[in-house]
Design a protein around this ligand. Sequence first.
Ligand code: GUN
Ligand code: ZN
Length: 432
Amino acid sequence: MTKTLLLGQTLSFSGNPLRGPWEAVSHHNSAGAILIADGVITDIGDSPTMRAAHPDADTVNYGDALIHAGFIDAHMHYPQTRMIASWGKQLIDWLNTYTFPEESRFEDRAYADAVAADTLDIALANGTTTLTSFCTIHPQSVDAFFEAAAARNMAVVAGKTCMDRNAPATLQDTAQTAYDDSKALLEKWHGRGRASYAITPRFSPTSTPDQLDALGALWAENPDCLMQTHLSEQHPEIAWVKDLFPQARDYLDTYEAHGLIGPKGLYGHAIHLDPREVDRLAEVGAAVVHCPTSNTFIGSGLCDVMGLARKAVTVGLATDTGGGSSFSMLRTMAAAYEIGQLRGDVLHAAQLMWLATEGSAAALHKCSQIGRLAVGAAADITVLDLAATPVIAQRAAQAETFWDQLFPTIMMGDDRSVRDVWVAGARVTGTA
Ligand code: GUN
Ligand code: ZN
């Protein structure tokens, strides 16, 4: 069995740094080592001790670079890769003007294959080893994504986006076909290799109550699956939901009334929540996925990440591309920091790194498998050069602590900062 020893600075966590003093649960080792065998992490420790303990291992020495768990993007839309950075619209106009026409192209399997491959390669180049993606209403768009991920041995989550109203006719299914197609795809993909299926109603405005019921029933039959959707992203959207569901107590209730709330629920954005919605999300153990570059790009608002964390709501981090304006989880962490500042909350580098790795893994209920530098976890690893550009290098050179060295890369880094990526113990990119 080949064993590989990675040497460098290491960062790991033994708890959630958003729920207590970050110092108590954040572990940095300036001369750390990770042992990989059979695709998983089998040992972690100090470089000198690990070198002595594993003299037969192949060694990759990253020097001063930072070895940490691969980034996990907990909410994105691979069919929107070709339309990222589309100008000048807010949510509903943006969907109608740019998103729906682009998603119509995924009827063509060859087009879906090409975009899926590009998206996964862009993600890997950015140090992101797991994506959680909405697909389109076309089942072939789901096959394309899962096949492209399997070819790269990546752990991914995805599902067929279901819509049976308020979308172009070519992008609509029905309550019955949404159920049937989702069920067939779930049975084909969930648990196959590193794939997980997520039941995926796009959002309440594009599903009739009948469709929400059908997908709620499918989830009840398959409670092991995740369910992903959008929640309370923009004020005009929320007003529209009120009109469409006059009997609902609030936006979350439009899901709750149809069986679409539960511990494996992933609610993207969740910016403008009522207190009842926050309490209910915490009570059921559901997760909010924070999408900060999207929230500023589409003009949605400032998610109260620290308030949610204080209420014990699980929070993951995501790009939401193509509503988000970057595939980089570094840029995404920078935007989360900036949104925190605008709310009067200062997120520490440890909290940002946790959100982009273990926080997202916790939202996906996959902490035992991904998102952690821990023995037994998959060897999905990203190595960051903490001095990748001249401006970052000159700032990092002034640093007196590791966190001060890391923060300029969080704020100013991108794919240029990614020195290397490992997926299930196989090296994908880079040079030591
Ligand atoms: N709400 C419903 N669909 C979408 C989408 O594709 N992107 C974003 N940002 N919000 C949505
Ligand atoms: Zn989204």
